[in-house]
Design a protein around this ligand. Structure first.
Ligand SMILES: Nc1ncnc2c1ncn2[C@@H]1O[C@H](COP(=O)(O)OP(=O)(O)OP(=O)(O)O)[C@@H](O)[C@H]1O
Ligand SMILES: [Mg+2]
Length: 583
């Protein structure tokens, strides 16, 4: 094809969710949100907008011929579920590490096979998704076209994840095949989940698309209630055509209705429930499928109204169990006890977000858009509506297919390049530096003398480069000025440690217990210094041929993907290779 003819590109959005994953696609020849196709044909189900995020291995199931995944990794096989929550271990949000969740792990949730870690399981699942999706698209557009059309893949990742988890999930997707046809120019990018949800939500209420369109100046709170997390982000809309908006503030929390069910069962039936094998009560089991229906049908009614689940347990007959057909009787009050904590969490997050919007002088929230699987719950809708009528006065809306909002938004980013003009930094970022020693404040064990100035310094002090809540535009970057000392015969590499902190006011030392080590920024100047000798200052210490060179390490926070980027500049020019090592 002659170079002058612009080629169309395929845009593929991938939502790797805790419980369900989805994929959407569109070509750049089409320009409308309505042209985006959400894949509904999955192995084991031909009409589902998402497939279960589950994978079963031969290593765990000798009878399997190979991998089974999605709907086919049903309860008859030992599968890996909720793996996504294992990808951010060691992050500064400890919310997932609670005893009830650990107890649920005993029922198959969080299982990992011996031969794969969480990143490996994520990669294997995404590989199956990649193969399925590429085959599906190839069938739809024809092999000839598929083989020459470059693919832009947009993977969604949680906004609150550590930088390490974001990077390792992107790497897993890369190894799985996304963005892999290099010769064609395939690319893999990431978009933060709440942002993707917001794109779909805001586009869905554009003038001409809705009888209740979003107006310029509106404050819109997007609430994504998924299987594992609630993400709440508020945006102010500046113009609707073209859509221009900025992030005002964000909050998140975890939600586990399914986990609450396991806890209740264990409390009610003790060992009889605990002994039931994971295949009968874990993700994908008939028991959990029945619970899905109870959950989505749930709405307020008489507290003693009884609902039923079926599970064979070694138990005598009682008021709440019939051993003949394994019927478990649950009152509405009990069911409500499972769902209410999640609804209350959502209400709490929405309320605190509304207060924050007011605090920053932005007035009030006008509209709440509910997305995500649990966003479809009529009970949640009713409770929020009632609360908003009393306290907020915002309208509550839920788009047609709320569970697909994130995957739709991912394709929209690729198609229209839509992104908020400003975001808020989710945590403080900083580096460890030596600062002049303060005799009344600094512990003496950190005191050292600077060789050049002979002054006392204190090591391990935190220099916070970007504060939590600070505005981030696409150009936001922070500069760390360093002198790189090069000694004859040694590697021309400098390293800097990057830290983060989630507290409102960050501490002044990096060894504080609430400061998290992000990774080591590595500046490799080997090729640069071998070819360019300008800017060197000879050093008296370190032996003959030793010199120092002043460099600017730039941390780019404004990258659209939400993943940190690094660059080193010497004498105004980019120099060497700069990367981050999370290990
Ligand atoms: N109508 C409904 N009412 C209540 N809950 C529902 C309904 N439909 C789906 N769900 C629940 O929504 C959850 C799945 O939602 P979703 O697909 O948005 O989550 P996810 O993307 O897997 O998770 P996360 O975004 O937290 O990683 C499941 O727990 C499912 O039981
Ligand atoms: Mg989700």
């Amino acid at each position: 094809m002659p170079a002058s003819i612009p080629r169309e590109r395929l845009i593929v959005g991938v939502d790797y969710g805790t419980t369900f994953s989805g994929v959407s696609y569109v070509t750049t020849a089409q320009r409308d949100v309505k042209d985006i196709t959400v894949i509904r044909r999955w192995p084991g189900d031909t009409d589902a907008r998402k497939t279960p995020t589950r994978i079963a291995y031969k290593e765990d199931n000798p009878r399997l011929e190979g991998i089974k995944w999605g709907f086919q990794a049903d309860a008859k096989v030992m599968s890996c579920a909720w793996t996504k929550l294992l990808l951010d271990r060691g992050s500064d949000s400890q919310e997932h590490d609670d005893p009830v969740l650990r107890q649920a792990a005993g029922s198959g949730i969080f299982h990992l096979p011996e031969h794969r870690d969480a990143e490996g399981v994520c990669e294997d699942f995404l590989r199956e998704v990649y193969q399925h999706v590429t085959q599906h698209i190839e069938m739809k557009i024809g092999q000839g076209l598929f083989d020459v059309t470059p693919m832009d893949c947009w993977l969604t990742i949680p906004a609150t994840w550590s930088d390490r988890a974001k990077a390792s999930t992107k790497d897993a997707a890369k190894r799985a095949g996304f963005g892999g046809r290099k010769a064609l120019g395939d690319r893999l990018s990431t978009i933060m989940e709440p942002e993707a949800a917001a794109l779909a939500a805001l586009k869905g209420y554009e003038a001409g698309e809705s009888i209740n369109p979003i107006k310029a100046g509106e404050h819109v709170l997007v609430c994504d209630c998924g299987g594992g997390t609630v993400d709440i982000t508020t945006y102010v809309v500046f113009t609707t055509t073209p859509l221009q908006f900025e992030e005002l503030c964000a909050k998140c929390g975890s939600t586990f209705i399914d986990r609450n069910l396991h806890k209740l069962m264990s409390e009610k039936f003790g060992a009889a429930f605990d002994k039931v094998p994971a295949a009968k009560k874990g993700p994908g089991s008939i028991f959990m499928k029945d619970f899905e229906i109870l959950k989505s049908d749930f709405r307020d009614s008489a507290p003693d109204h009884v609902v039923e689940l079926t599970l064979k347990m070694d138990l005598e007959e009682s008021e709440s169990y019939d051993p003949d057909d394994g019927t478990i009787k649950l009152t509405r009050r009990e069911l409500r006890g499972l769902i209410d904590p999640v609804v209350l969490k959502v209400l709490q997050l929405v309320r605190s977000q509304a207060q924050e919007v007011q605090k920053i002088g932005q007035g009030k929230i006008d509209r709440i858009v509910l997305v995500g699987g649990f966003g479809d719950s009529i009970y949640l809708f009713e409770r929020l509506k009632e609360w908003s009528r009393r306290e907020l006065g915002a309208i509550i809306v839920c788009p047609e297919h709320p569970q697909s909002a994130v995957v739709l938004g991912a394709a929209l980013r690729g198609l229209e390049g839509l992104a908020p003009r400003k975001r808020k930094c989710r945590r403080h970022y900083g580096v460890a530096v030596g600062m002049p020693f303060r005799p009344d404040k600094d512990p003496v064990q950190f005191r050292y003398q600077d060789a050049a100035t002979k002054m006392d310094y204190c090591s391990g002090r935190a220099e916070w480069l970007l504060k939590k809540g600070a505005e981030i535009t696409k150009d936001t970057k922070k500069i760390i000025n360093i002198d790189i000392h090069v000694k004859q015969g040694q590697e021309k590499i400098a390293e800097l440690e990057l830290f983060s902190c989630n507290l409102a006011t960050p501490p002044d030392r990096v060894d504080h217990e609430r400061v998290t080590y992000v990774g080591k920024i590595r500046v490799d100047l080997t090729s640069y210094l071998d070819s360019d000798s300008s800017g060197r200052k000879d050093l008296k210490i370190g032996g003959k041929g030793s010199y120092s060179i002043a460099a600017e390490v730039q941390v780019e926070f404004g990258n659209e993907s939400g993943i940190l980027q690094f660059k080193t500049v010497i004498d105004g020019k980019e120099a060497g290779k700069t990367s981050i090592d999370f290990d």
